[in-house]
Design a protein around this ligand. Structure first.
Ligand code: NVA
Length: 199
């Protein structure tokens, strides 16, 4: 704290960044933990606002792993007055604690097993890797569990006609997202990636 003006910490265990926050006398910023990824979501919100001119009232659908990026998206949606629907296989749902926190912020989060249900009528459809940092040992089990949760053109047909697609990257083409969607006209992924610089 005496050497620097702030600490940006990318950690595995969220408790590490919380502990830093308790002891540091300078600001501590979480730049990714196993539980949350708030800085990424600033870029995501910026991209949504650029594309739609507003955030309030948008429906965001998350398909796949209820992971750190999903958790932070749920909290952001609650804070910004957006509707949030998550489709994940049982066992990979977002943290109960995050859902409770979102509710206390006035958020409405629907968690379902069926991707079609979550994506129906969505303005923004997001996904992320099925195997996050630290999940590598479970790779095989996860590839099987998430097979039905791929963001592909068929699934995108259920979103609104002007819906956009977001992915925090790095993406695994052919796993959580197809080339067709990643490189297609609905993809705002490169703007989203650039917006991490601006945000
Ligand atoms: N969920 C991913 C995000 C990478 C930016 C991970 O934690 O590995």
């Amino acid at each position: 704290s005496r050497f620097v003006s702030g600490i940006a910490a990318r950690v595995y265990d969220h408790a590490t960044v919380e502990e830093l926050g308790r002891h540091a006398t300078v600001p501590v910023i979480n730049v990714l933990s196993n539980a949350e990824h708030p800085c990424q979501i600033l870029a995501d919100l910026m991209t949504m606002r650029e594309r739609f001119g507003r955030l309030e009232g948008l429906k965001v659908a998350w398909v796949g792993d209820g992971n750190n990026v999903c958790n932070s998206t749920i909290l952001a949606a609650a804070m910004m007055g957006m509707e949030m629907a998550v489709a994940s296989p049982p066992g990979y749902w977002p943290d109960r604690k995050i859902l409770d926190q979102a509710e206390s912020l006035g958020g409405r989060t629907v968690v379902v097993a069926d991707p079609l249900e979550a994506v129906g009528g969505a303005d923004v459809v997001e996904t992320d890797t099925w195997i996050s940092m630290g999940d590598e040992a479970e790779a095989e089990k996860r590839l099987e569990a998430f097979r039905r949760y791929q963001l592909n053109a068929d699934l995108m047909r259920h979103a609104k006609s002007d819906a956009i697609v977001l992915h925090c990257l790095p993406a695994h083409r052919g796993q959580e997202i197809t080339d067709e969607v990643m490189d297609g006209p609905k993809s705002a992924i490169l703007d989203q990636s650039e917006n991490r610089l601006h945000s």
